[in-house]
Design a protein around this ligand. Structure first.
Ligand code: ARG
Length: 270
């Protein structure tokens, strides 16, 4: 039913890519010897922020810190549900210091922050989806963290095992369309996890490997508009068939670090 989807206004937290670079390799996308065009990255990022604002969303920023080239990936810094903030404990030592400025930002905004005891990478692996939280493990966030998250929020956490190193975070293999549905790439998951997703979401939008490799699943949906990588054309077509409105935004420079639209976007859910 095209046209029937309803957008809900969102509050996003982002971090300007002033110090963005690929200096170390912690996923298969990262090649420190290949150049990154920082001014192109900044233009692409500013376009994304402009598009969010044009669609009525609130965008807030945390100050980037020198020496933290992945800090632009705000999604990894926390997961926020009903105004409660569960922070991050990054797997890679290079990223661990990012928690400090992000947690400071949340505290300065009046939020209390729970700091995890086990490795946990925020919305990279913890994806609130209506009545439950979908939680990835296999590369970064641990099962122990899933337990901590369920205990903290009192929301059921559904553990899903990722098996393909190109899709090392759950938000590279799956995104939430609205409270009822998701889009995902089945082969990124273990057989049992695929079955779980099939039971929970029999009407899910299924993506191809090409869509997934184009960061098409690292998308952000407001319930109607889906901010999506322009190369994920098959997926965009399927979304349009279901009544969503794909809004292409090119963040290709960030793909060199293994990130895309969703990675750059933390949602603050009140
Ligand atoms: N270079 C970063 C890392 O490997 C990219 C993070 C992308 N963020 C995401 N939500 N998938 O940690």
């Amino acid at each position: 039913m095209p046209g029937s989807r309803v957008a809900r206004r969102r509050r996003y937290l982002v971090c300007e890519p002033r110090h963005f670079a690929v200096r170390y390799a912690i996923n298969p996308w990262m090649h420190p010897d290949l150049p990154v065009d920082v001014s192109l990255a900044q233009r692409q990022w500013r376009t994304l922020i402009g598009v969010y604002r044009d669609h009525g969303h609130t965008v807030e920023t945390v100050n980037p810190e020198p020496g933290l080239p992945d800090m632009v990936f705000a999604a990894n810094a926390a997961v926020v549900v009903e105004g409660r903030v569960f922070g991050s404990l990054f797997s890679a030592p290079e990223r661990r210091p990012e928690s400090v400025p992000y947690e400071a930002w949340f505290k300065s905004e009046g939020f209390e922050v729970q700091h995890p005891e086990s490795v946990c990478e925020g919305e990279g692996d913890l994806v609130p989806a209506g009545r439950w939280i979908l939680a990835g493990t296999g590369f970064r966030t641990t099962r122990e963290a899933h337990r901590e998250v369920q205990e903290f929020f009192g929301v059921p956490v559904i553990g899903l095992t990722l098996v393909d190193p190109y899709f090392y975070h759950l938000d590279t293999a799956l995104f939430v369309l609205d409270d009822e549905n998701i889009a995902y790439y089945p082969d990124a998951f273990s057989p049992g996890s695929r079955e779980v997703l099939g039971r929970l979401y029999p009407d899910a939008v299924i993506a191809t490997r090409e869509d997934a490799m184009a960061f098409g699943l690292n998308s952000v949906s407001d319930g109607r508009h889906v901010f999506i990588a322009p190369e994920a054309t098959a997926l965009a077509g399927r979304l349009a068939d279901r009544g969503y409105v794909p809004v292409p935004v090119d963040l290709s420079e960030f793909h060199k670090a293994g990130g895309g639209i969703k990675c750059c976007t933390q949602e603050i859910r009140s």
